[in-house]
Design a protein. Sequence first.
Length: 376
Amino acid sequence: MIKDGTLILYILIKEGLEYSMGIEKTKTETVLVLQGGGSLGAYECGVYKTLSKHNIKFDMIAGTSIGAINASIIAGAKSDNSSKALEDFWFQLAETFTSIIPDDSIRAVSSSMQAAIWGNANAFRPIWFRPDWFGFLYNSPYLYDMSPLKKTLNQFVDFTTLKNPNRPRLLVTSTDIKNAKPTIFDSKYDTISAEHVLASAGYPFYGIAWTELNGRFLWDGTLLSNTPLREVIHASPRNDKRVFIVNLFPKNHDELPRNMSEAWHRARDIMHTDKTDHNIRMSKIVSRYLELLREMHDIITSAQLDENGKGKLAKIEQEYHKLACDRGAIIEEIIRIERQEETHFLLEDADFSIDTIKNLIQAGEKDAELALKKGT
C-alpha cells in the first residue's frame, strides 16, 4: 500500500507459520535500517527524534555510510538521551559560514563547494592541507581522510557499551575493495570501534579514503547495498521482523531531467534508493516454501514409516531444522519513511550548512510523524 509516497507499509500475513515439533519462535524484533547519503543523514536524525519521542525501542539498528555513523551514536550514545546526542552531533558537523545566504539552491552550492575545498573540521580533511600535499595528491587514491570524524565519534559514542544487552544490536556494513564482498561488523560478535564505523563511510566517488582493518581494505557499504536489510535478516535469521527504513533518496520523480546535472542526480537517486521490494517478494516466497516444508514434515513424522524410512528421516532432520527453524524469520511489516525534495542538486549530500541541516531534521521529524499516524 502506498500513501502519499511517504509511507509504504507492507503487511506479510503469516499463515500459521509455527514451528513444528514444539520449537517456537522468539519475539518479533523491531529494526531500524539507515541508509548512506552524506549530509542527508540529518534527515535520519529527525526521523529518529520522532520515533524516540513515541518511545519506539529498537532491538537492532543497521546502517551503512552516514547511516552507520547515525546508528553507532543511537546504539552507543554516551548520554542517556540518544536522540539529543544524535542531534548535537549534527549541529557539530554543521557549518555557519553560508547561513547568510537566503536562497536554498545558492546556499547548497556554496556549502558543498566550501566542503570540497576546506573539508569539514569535524568530519573530513583534504590532503592538500598536508605539508607534502603536492606529491601526495599526484599519487593518492583519495582526496580526504576521515581522522576528524574518528575524534568526533569518540566524543559522542561509548563504544565499550555496544555489547550491553540493554543497548540495540548494531550492524555496520562496508565493502572489501579486493574481493568486492560485503564486510559486516556486528556488535553481538565484534568489538566495534570508531575505525569500524569509518570503514563503512569511505565513499570513493567523493574521494574519501578507505580504512584498513586487520589486513582488509574497506570502502563504503553503499557500493554493494545502500539499504542493509538483507544483512539484518542474515544476522538474525530466526526472529520475525518489524522494520523501519529511512529512504534518503526519493524513489519516485515525475519530472524528467532537463540537463546533465539533473540526469546525474536522478541516476544517483535510482542507484541509492531502497531496493526492498524485491526482498519483500522473496520473503513471501520463502515463507510459503517454509510453510510447505513444515506441513510435509508433519505429515511424514505422523506417518507409519518402516525402519528404512525412519533412517532417511533422521538423516535429513538436522538440515530440516536449519532451514525451517533456525532460518525461518519473515518480515511482518515494513514502514518506509521517504525524504521528498523540491530542488534537485547533484551535490546536495555535501551541503552541511546549518540551515540545510535544520531543515532536514525538521523534515525527518514531520515525515516520521505522518508515517506513524498512517500506520495506525
